[in-house]
Design a binder for this molecule. Structure first.
Ligand code: 4AD
Ligand code: MG
Length: 468
């Protein structure tokens, strides 16, 4: 007898097959005709498999009639055409084995729909809900799409370190990595071991970005990308920030700003294309229950060209708009969420790539342009902003001229001795190069419409949440 997933068993092609299906009960309903309907889900798709359990099953009275949400079962039987309903096929059971019961008095995921906020208290059970299950399947699809895109485009996947001594972004705060002697505890007043030492005698941190190490490999393999967890210690409690998030960072040699923007646009379109093609059932759930504009937004991103706009022009537009912003718009200041929203949602109504930001608000590694007509200094930065999420990608052409890099590091108070290896890349065979970072969670927010970033990562790490 063949084991079928719920996804496979629901297809018309399975009709007639003898099958074994395993999963968790969602609901049970007893019919007057002396049989029961048991809805089983195994996470392979949003929909459940309807199991018809006739009274002839040996444990019908003793077990089947006591099944409740959350119980785990193996069902064997025959796949038959469904009499009605949305699915093509259902399973007529010959045997049902119960692996684990789920006490209905205490199991939290009963029929009643819980708020997403409430579900965050049950990080261990929430993947069994429709919404979080759908998000995590889409998150998987996005991740696969990322690898497919770069592989097919000739990029090599490079694993950059999580523990590092360098601060790539220079702006935020970092987590420090220390060693603890677990066997010799002085303990602090919370009971934690209190004998931290630097990482084998040197300061070390959790990486905020794999970019600098990515540049090393781009200077040898040409086109590379890293895709892994990154960490930011800033204490921001917003719906778009996590302390631990996943970032995808391509880096390419012989690449300039325009190449970089072209790459980012093709990349985002490819991800959206794959999600639209392969996640229809899950997208329909988001469209119905989470965000009525999801499909329109995704189809729009795919079909139109991204607006490309220098920062200076964006400032002119914002300053000239009739909108009353909370934060003033001024050349030289960073854009706030309200400004990003106005540009993407009200003015251009779609993705916007802002380029050439003031040098003073961007990190040391960005390529410095010639001063503009008013003598102001900008860098070849590019931020991709999208409706609903705001900044989804941050990137730039890198400063590949040693003298300019050293000037910028001095301006930002960085110690050149800490970046000797980074300077070496400019000393030996330097080339124009560029790259960007896409926040995976913001991408998943964009394609699902989920309002809070905590609901698109299995275990969100934010100030005050790191239980398990
Ligand atoms: O703009 P950021 O800080 O850029 C960098 O780290 C560059 N070194 C990337 C590069 O050029 N290789 O971050 C890039 C993206 C942001 O656009 C956003 O999508 C995401 O990472 N991001 C966060 N996502 C969740 N929580 C946070 N705290 C985030 N900070 C940045
Ligand atoms: Mg940024």
């Amino acid at each position: 007898m063949k084991k079928l997933s719920v996804k496979e068993a629901r297809l018309a092609g399975a009709i007639g097959a003898a099958a074994k299906v395993q999963g968790w009960v969602r609901t049970r309903r007893d019919s007057k005709g002396g049989f029961s309907f048991v809805e089983v889900n195994d996470g392979t798709c949003l929909g459940n498999l309807q199991v018809i359990a006739p009274a002839e099953i040996a444990n019908y009275e003793s077990e089947v009639k006591h099944l409740t949400a959350g119980c785990s079962v193996t069902v064997t039987g025959e796949i038959v055409a469904s009499a009605g309903g949305e699915q093509a096929a259902e399973l007529r059971a010959e045997s049902i084995t119960v692996h684990g019961w789920a006490e209905p008095e205490t199991y939290p995921l009963q029929k009643k729909r819980h708020s997403l906020e409430k579900l965050r208290e049950w990080a261990h059970l929430r993947p069994r809900t429709n919404a979080i299950g759908a998000v995590m399947r889409v998150r998987h699809r996005v991740s696969k799409s990322i690898h497919d895109f770069f592989h097919e485009d000739g990029f090599f996947y490079v694993h950059t370190p999580i523990i590092t001594a360098s601060d790539c972004e220079g702006a935020g705060e970092m987590f420090r990595v220390t060693t603890l002697d677990m066997a010799n505890p002085p303990r602090d007043d919370k009971g934690a071991i209190d004998n931290a030492k630097d990482f084998f005698g040197r300061p070390a941190y959790l990486t905020v970005s794999g970019q600098l190490e990515g540049e090393i490999y781009a200077s040898a393999l040409g086109k590379v990308y890293t895709f892994g967890p990154t960490f930011r210690a800033e204490n921001s409690n917003t719906s778009r920030h996590l302390a631990e998030f996943w970032m995808v960072e391509p880096e390419a040699a012989f690449f300039e700003l325009t190449d970089n923007i072209d790459l980012a646009e093709r990349f985002l379109k490819r991800i959206v294309n794959d999600v639209l093609a392969d996640c229809q059932e899950d997208l329909a759930l988001f469209q119905q229950h989470i965000d009525k504009t999801v499909l329109e937004r995704l189809e729009g991103l795919q079909s139109g060209a991204f607006t490309r706009l220098p920062y200076t022009e964006a400032i002119t537009l914002l300053a000239g708009s009739a909108e009353k912003f909370e934060y003033p718009v001024e050349w030289g200041t960073d854009l706030q969420a309200e400004h990003e929203r106005w540009l993407t949602e009200k003015h251009f109504k779609g993705p916007v790539v802002l380029t050439d930001y003031p040098a003073s608000i961007k990190p040391f590694y960005m390529f410095v342009n010639e001063p503009d007509t008013e003598g102001r200094l900008t860098v070849r930065a590019m931020d991709v902003l999208v409706p609903g999420v705001g900044e989804i990608i941050g990137g730039s052409q890198r400063e590949h001229r040693l003298d300019m890099l050293e000037t910028r590091m001095a301006e930002q108070g960085l110690n050149p001795a800490d970046y000797w290896w980074y300077a070496d890349l400019r000393r030996y065979g330097t080339v124009p190069h560029a790259g960007f970072g896409l926040g995976l969670e913001r991408m998943v927010q964009y394609v699902t419409g989920m309002a809070n970033i905590r609901d698109v990562i299995p275990f969100p790490r934010t100030p005050g949440s790191a239980e398990f």
